[in-house]
Ligand binder design. Sequence first.
Ligand code: 13P
Ligand code: SF4
Length: 310
Amino acid sequence: MDKIIKKINKLKKEKNAIILGHFYENHEIQDISDFIGDSLALSQKAEKTEADIIVFAGVLFMAETAKILCPDKKILIPDLNAGCSLSDSCEEKKFKDFLDKHPDRYVVSYVNTSAKIKALSDYMCTSSNAVQIVESLPKDKKIIFGPDKNLGAYVKKQTNRDILLWDGACHVHKNFSAKKIKALKIKYPNAKVLSHPECEYSVLEISDYIGSTSGLLKYTKQVADNEFIIATEPGIIYQMQKANPKKLFLPAPSFDNDINICEYMKLTNLEKIYDSLNEEKYEIILEENLMNKARGSIIKMLEISDKLKL
Ligand code: 13P
Ligand code: SF4
């Protein structure tokens, strides 16, 4: 393991490359990343980096977002199969038909989408800023929110805006079982339930805190509680445990299996990172016209986030 890490670090230096990693990645990938974060922080980092090459240890929509923000940089993804079920739940033609039926509405889309959906949207958001992005829009403006219906319903409840939801979801987050979480709470009555807003309402309503991956991590450091049930992809528990070595973190149970992982995020390993850097594969290539159309909605999100210091 040490040998491959040394080889990766050498290549990074030679090529002026950085590795950006998401919290759901395998532990060794989180350890080797130059920066780890949630979707918002990763796009903010991509936009600002002076590296020539970014290896994106995450999923395709994240690497595409980086490419749209930095069209002159080489953006690599170690495995082209690192997709996202939520992004897949929003197909361009169907989404466009939906939008055409409601031309009076602003389109706010979650960043977990393809570049084509981004190009159809007025504003992007992530789970870190979805509520604030919607709140920044004129009060009388009607909105379409896609593709995640759970995050959308959560935002609708928080903001009290007229929001029409696209019917998409993430296979990992919709799979947490509120009934099983309640049963686990009987065994650990002091455990606080922390959940990602992509979870179903039945899980959100029994949660003590709801937030993005970085929001959940921050919460575990700020509170005095010692036991937590984590209703999001369990990769984040690695950072929670590192930051709070004496606290107990339990992955929330799901309907059909005990550990509810995002198999797309787990596709990246050290060998693939090395090959990616060495052979400069797989490069994200997007049509310039598409990138130009998609960029505006992402930039608007980053500007609002900057202003609000998110
Ligand atoms: P975050 O932006 O909260 O890290 O979420 C990304 C994601 O894919 C959630 O499933
Ligand atoms: Fe997509 Fe869900 Fe995986 Fe996040 S956890 S990357 S939303 S499939």
